[in-house]
Ligand binder design. Sequence first.
Ligand SMILES: Cc1cc2nc3c(=O)[nH]c(=O)nc-3n(C[C@H](O)[C@H](O)[C@H](O)COP(=O)(O)O)c2cc1C
Length: 258
Amino acid sequence: MNQVIDVLMKRRSVRAYEEKEISADVRAEILKATLRAPTAGNMMLYSIVEVTDQKIKDRLAITCDNQPFIARAPMVWLFVADYQRWFDYFMASGVEELCRQRQVPLRKPEEGDLFLACCDALIAAQNAVIAAESFGIGSCYIGDILEQYEIHKELFDLPQYTFPICLLVFGYPTPEQMNRPYTRRFGEKFILFENRYRRAGTPELQEMFAEREDQMTKGQAREGIANFGQAMYFRKFDSEFSVEMSRSVKLILEQWLK
Ligand SMILES: Cc1cc2nc3c(=O)[nH]c(=O)nc-3n(C[C@H](O)[C@H](O)[C@H](O)COP(=O)(O)O)c2cc1C
C-alpha cells in the first residue's frame, strides 16, 4: 500500500469531534487541495460557503433532519453547484448583445449544466474529505442539505443558478469514533461489470444482501418487517426525509429551469 491508499482505506464518517480547532494552516492546505480537484472545462462550476456563524450551524443542525453533531463541528463547508458565476460573466461580457446580432437565442443554464456543476462540486468535496483525512481530521457528508430548500435559499442567499448539493462537516474524531468498526461494502463482483451493465436477478440480490440481512435486529422482525429490503424501504427510501428531499429538490429544479 502507499500513503494515499492508506488514507482512503482508513477514512470513515466522523460524527463526534474533539474540542479542537482546525488551524488556519491546515485549513488552507485542505482548501488548496480541494480547489485542485478536476473540474469540467476547467470552469470550477462550484462555490464553497464556509459556515463560521454558530447560529447558522445551529439552524442547519435542525433543518438537515435534526442532526445535532452538525452544530458541534469546528469546520462546516457547504458545496454549491454554481452556474450563476459563469452566466453572470457571460452577461457581463456582452453575450446577450452578440446573440442578438447573430440572431440566435440566448441559452440559459439547463439540466445538463446543472448536472455538470453538481459533478464539479461533489468531486471537489471529496478532495476536501481526503485532504482533511490526511491531517487526521474526520468528516461527514450531510445529504439532508437537499431538504428544506426555501430555508437554505434564504439562509445562504442562493441565486437562481445555484444548487446546494452537499454539506461537509469536519473535526478531529473523538477516541470513540476512532474505535468504531468500519462499515462494510458490497463485494466487488456486485459493483464492477465488464463492458456492459449486468442487472442482478433475485438470487444474486439475495447473495449480495445476505450479510446485511444477517445484521438485522430482532426488533425489526417484531415490527412485522420480514427482511432487510423491507426494513430499508421503510427506514430510508420511503422515509419522511426522502419524501421531503424530493419535494425540496423539485423546487430547486423548478427555480433553475424557470
Ligand atoms: C451523499 C451522502 C450523504 C450523506 N448524508 C449523511 C447524513 O445526512 N448524515 C450522516 O450522519 N451521514 C451521512 N452520510 C454518511 C454515510 O452515512 C456514510 O458514508 C455511510 O454510512 C458509510 O459509512 P462510512 O463513511 O463511515 O464508510 C452521507 C454520505 C454521503 C456520500
